[in-house]
Design a protein around this ligand. Sequence first.
Ligand code: FAD
Length: 475
Amino acid sequence: MSQQFDVIVIGGGPGGYIAAIRAAQLGFKVACIDEWKNAAGGPAPGGTCTNVGCIPSKALLQSSEHFEHANLHFADHGINVGSVKLDLGKMVGRKDAVVKQNNDGILYLFKKNKVTFFHGRGSFVKAVDGGYEIAVKGAKDDTLIGKQVIVATGSNARALPGAAFDEENILSNDGALRLGAVPKKLGLIGSGVIGLEMGSVWRRLGAEVTILEGLPTFLGAVDEQIAKEAKKAFDKQGLKIELGVKVGEIKSAKKGVSIAYTNAKGEAQTLEVDKLIVSIGRVPNTIGLNAEGVGLQLDERGAVVVDGDCKTNLPGVWAIGDVVRGPMLAHKAEEEGVAVAERIAGQHGHVNFNTIPWVIYTSPEIAWVGETEQQLKARGAAYKAGTFPFLANGRARALGDTTGMVKFLADAATDEILGVHIVGPMASELISEAVVAMEFKASSEDIARICHAHPSLSEATKEAALAVDKRTLNF
Ligand SMILES: Cc1cc2nc3c(=O)[nH]c(=O)nc-3n(C[C@H](O)[C@H](O)[C@H](O)COP(=O)(O)OP(=O)(O)OC[C@H]3O[C@@H](n4cnc5c(N)ncnc54)[C@H](O)[C@@H]3O)c2cc1C
């Protein structure tokens, strides 16, 4: 006998579990199916984000930053710790514990919100009167009927042709987050967000890191001035980044990996490393969903095709998060999850793609929202820019981290904020003010006139807003 639900969510990542909770809050009878297994084979909801993405990477970034501070910066504060020893097993164990806290937190939230959780793989069987039949294959098999179905099956790491992930020598984000020893030499292919974050973790812990990037520009999607400032800092830290390379044959043997490539000058090179992390993007995941069986339309990348409201070509079937178009970010997936649940309830769920913040959690952190200066130039917009360096911020000096700046871009005529770009300490937290401001269509003068606590890094945000009108007070 099949169990009946108003809403069935397939995938329990940040898109899926948030959609399930919001739908339950709105009074629907909801099921969420997720197949992720922990080391013991038990349920581990939270998807890529919780298990092998956002959360574990931030745990290791924090731990490795403490290690680097203890090694290099504590002495500046008059704290002499002698020789600092790394216990990698404990560090990775702590990361695993943080992941488990998050998995357990989601299971608790399901109970609290009366979402029925199924551990296993969900797939479409067929359309039935008033909905869809969904099969669950796991430790226990089930058949469910849902009036509405939300597909939130996420994405997987993209492999390089001829260099499949073995998670021993050639690593995806998964293997990169659970190395048993610090490699002496670590290679990365791809200098995007994941490459830079993983490269930073292992460099801080002692690896000699080389990142090979195919594109000729560093962080092309980031505001050029901000990307340049970040590159300077990474160079100083010893993170070697080679741009404009063409990767050739990759050979993996017991003792390591050899990567043949052509550098930007066209010279043939070989990079020999102990481990190689490939971080060249992610592919939408619809494996085992039986999309073809019910005629769910996918595009040439394998993403589920949706309209602006996350509706698929099938009535009553929605899709959200990494498995659809748009930025592959956890908070974008969450916003789509909430919006879809509200649309199912007849409300007007909305996601503003223009105010989705982006963050790279390196040191310095990089964060931005809205348009870059190069985008404004490309569309011929009349704009004003204002920057303020952390070097002139009292709190940054007290912290001992004065790298970077805050940059505002505002419309030349109306002063509306068009973009805010930050490289420097706590950029991930500072960017929220800019997101709120842009969501409320604030002008740079609005931020310049708001009282900011002293001493705080947020004063650099206020000063950058003042700089738009060329009237900084502390620089
Ligand atoms: C190393 C790394 C670091 C990252 N850091 C950040 C960050 O700091 N900030 C940020 O915003 N984003 C970050 N991301 C991206 C973020 O993880 C994704 O954008 C986010 O997880 C997408 O959420 P989702 O719900 O769409 O899919 P996912 O999180 O991928 O979840 C999909 C879930 O569905 C399950 N599933 C798939 N098919 C089925 C099926 N047929 N039946 C049942 N279950 C199924 C999967 O097992 C998985 O649990 C990072 C990614 C990586 C790899």
